[in-house]
Design a protein around this ligand. Structure first.
Ligand code: ADP
Ligand code: MG
Ligand code: MG
Ligand code: MG
Length: 660
């Protein structure tokens, strides 16, 4: 979830007094960073993944799979374990991993201890790396606990017992939730205060309504019988019936922040490449969201959507009613999106980024914009930063109010890391060897390391190809936003817009360039054969299959691009075989010969013997589902509809003498 400094967080009333202070110093800090690193060049193409887990505990007698609220103890243990390890104790190419707290007290996050490099052997170590982290975690849990890479827990927030230990939601003082107890939130001071301050700033409780999946015997209209009538006196929205009929109502940030995802971070050679890569990955975001869809069940019901995105956007929606456009007569300052949502602005300064692509309203702080421009920052980047800085800081620690702006990025990160967009542009932190980075954030976490590795490898290769061939995937942001909405629909892996890359241009570039994995080309001057036409002629609606495997001579498909890139690399036969296994998973998802996890989970629920065709995911179904997912992960249960027939679970490790 970003910044995890320890300290004493201010309440909303206290914090508000420092909002301008944080913004002002945050920009000063950014300007110091800019002066220091704007000309930085030649950084390696390092990259890394973040995998999130939910720890589930099994009560086999009650047939209940519950979320285990033992984050604190588990992290103490894991940090102690990794503290005692050296890289000699880990498998080849795997460094000692790092474990971090996440929002839910049942959640963990793991990252490789040091980033992967640009070599093929490092690229192909990602699955082993992920599996090592999973195995290490699993080994240090209780016998009946299992770490799951599972996007949304189907029974979170039901009236039943879904956590261990069980807690009542009667005193949910941060969220005022009717469904989620205070105790499901990590005790790390940042998390409860984000929840409380989001609600305070918003002026009411979180209100998310996901359309319910209407099955044969789902009562119509569906009025959720599990919503209790009592509610907090401070909670006029709940009283006024904000829960919509035919919807699953969720009233707390925990429903979204309590989801798990898979994120990837890439370092670029320089700031210009980072900006180009950011832009190139923006339209890819919704496509990968649709392809990794893994969350069809919420609060004990099947939903008519397959992804977490709108839930988490709603979970972080701290906009006031005026900003949401609900009281337009009072104030006309409208902010169109939650601070957790899709990107609003492309940021590259290249000729290929046409002004017409930035076609959605993106309010920005005019004073900050001017300040950045006066400092010599171009308008494109100034607008991006000034747009992020329309938000208030959500967490202010009393110990951290006064910072040395020449050496700290604390206040900058306070705003930057609570703008949770599909792609994040990350400036180099002070006093660190890290360069300009881009983080790709939309993907849902997959149930196996094989799948998570496959999507990581695919996106890494795609990002390399984008830079090497100077590819352009621009479509107007309004179309990217449409794709975000479409990507979440049930069985979305179909009609999504993507701009067709001009094949002639791609071929010419391929002919001209010889490249290696670690070398990238910076800005290519505008070639003479490029002609401008209307923006609408640059993209068209395509199926997922066309987007990935291509459309005649018009568009080579994202996999075609990746394969063209691989052709110019020096990859030996064995490595090529492994890479093609990953790419084949991506291809088969795209053509529909393998299901998304969301489809598989939905089908599992609907074909369970005790399912009543009423959209309800009962305790028993949830238990059997989690048992099945664990068996899939361990390779005990074969699921040819979800994983390739020749799928073998990630291999175990030769236990080294003093290994874990
Ligand atoms: P956050 O939670 O702020 O998104 P994390 O620290 O959890 O970030 O994860 C950062 C990821 O970036 C990790 O996978 C890490 O391995 C990777 N990483 C670290 N240094 C670099 C670097 N110089 N270039 C690219 N990736 C890096
Ligand atoms: Mg995380
Ligand atoms: Mg992280
Ligand atoms: Mg991250």
């Amino acid at each position: 979830m970003g910044l995890l400094y320890l300290g004493t967080p201010l309440t909303w009333d206290e914090a508000m007094q420092y909002a301008d202070h944080v913004r002002e110093h945050g920009i000063t800090q950014f300007l110091h960073t800019w002066d220091r690193v704007k000309d930085r060049w030649g950084d390696q193409l390092l990259w890394g993944d973040e995998v999130e887990y939910m720890v589930v505990t099994f009560d086999d007698e009650e047939k209940n799979a519950k979320l285990s609220l033992r984050q604190t103890e588990i992290l103490v243990k894991l940090n102690q374990v990794v503290g005692d390890l050296t890289d000699d104790d880990t498998p080849a190419h795997v460094t000692v991993p790092a474990f971090h707290p996440e929002y839910g007290k049942y959640m963990l996050e793991s990252t490789p201890g040091s980033p992967y490099t640009s070599s093929i052997s490092s690229l192909l170590s990602v699955e082993t790396n992920m599996h090592y982290r999973r195995t290490l975690t699993r080994k240090h849990l209780k016998a009946n606990e299992i770490p799951f890479t599972f996007t949304s827990f189907p029974r979170l927030g039901t009236r039943g017992v879904f956590t261990e230990p069980h807690h009542s939601s009667d005193d949910a003082k941060s969220s005022y939730s009717l469904f989620l107890a205070e105790e499901i939130t990590s005790p790390h001071p940042r998390f409860p205060i984000v929840v409380a301050n989001t609600r305070s700033r918003r002026g009411s409780k979180i209100a998310i309504n996901l359309p319910i999946f209407i099955d044969k015997r789902t009562p119509r209209p569906f009025v959720d019988p599990t919503i209790p009538l009592q509610c907090y006196p401070e909670d006029p929205e709940a009283k006024n019936g904000v829960a919509l009929i035919d919807h699953i109502y969720m009233d707390a940030s925990g429903f979204g922040f309590g989801c798990c995802c898979l994120q990837l971070t890439f370092q670029s050679c320089n700031v210009g490449d980072a900006r180009r890569m950011y832009d190139a990955l923006v339209p890819v975001g919704p496509i990968m969201l649709a392809l990794t869809a893994a969350s069809p069940a919420w609060r004990g019901y099947l939903a008519d959507v397959d992804c977490r995105w709108n839930v988490i956007a709603g979970s972080a929606d701290d906009r006031t009613p005026e900003e949401r456009g609900l009281n337009p007569s009072k104030d006309d300052y409208i902010i169109p999106k939650s601070r957790y949502d899709s990107v609003d602005l492309y940021i590259s300064n290249d000729w290929i980024n046409k002004p017409e692509y930035n076609d959605v309203p993106a309010p920005y702080d005019k004073g900050i914009f001017q300040r950045l421009c006066n400092h010599g920052i171009d308008e494109m980047l100034a607008k991006h930063i000034a747009h992020l800085f329309i938000r208030d800081p959500l967490v202010i620690l009393s110990e951290a109010i006064n910072q040395d702006d020449t050496t700290s990025n604390h206040h900058f990160e306070s705003i930057q890391s609570t703008n949770w967009q599909t792609v994040r542009f990350k400036p180099p932190p002070p006093n660190s060897p890290i360069g300009w980075r881009v983080e790709f954030r939309p993907m849902e976490v997959q149930m196996t390391d094989f799948e998570n590795a496959a999507f990581a490898v695919f996106i890494v290769l795609l990002s390399r190809a984008i830079l090497a061939f100077n590819l352009n995937f621009y479509i107007p942001i309004s179309k990217v936003d449409q794709n975000m909405a479409r990507a979440q629909r049930r069985d979305a892996a179909r009609s999504v817009h993507l701009r067709a890359v001009d094949h002639v241009r791609l071929r010419k570039l391929l002919q001209r360039r010889r490249n290696y994995f670690a070398i990238v080309f910076s800005t290519v001057p505008r070639p003479l054969y490029v002609k401008d036409g209307p923006i609408e002629d640059e993209y068209e609606e395509m199926t997922m299959e066309e987007i990935f495997v291509g459309k005649g001579s018009k568009f080579p498909g994202l996999l075609g691009v990746v394969k063209a890139y691989l052709d110019i690399l020096d990859v030996d036969e064995e490595d090529r075989l492994q890479i093609s296994k990953y790419l084949d998973l991506v291809r088969r998802r795209a053509i529909g010969s393998l299901q998304t996890p969301a489809t598989w989970i939905r089908n599992f629920v609907r074909s369970h013997p005790s399912y009543n065709h009423d959209s309800v995911v009962s305790q028993e179904i949830n238990y059997d589902l989690m048992v099945a997912v664990d068996e899939i992960e361990r390779g005990v249960r074969r699921v040819p509809e979800l994983l390739p027939e020749d799928y073998t679970p990630t291999k175990g490790y030769h236990s080294k003498p003093n290994g874990p």
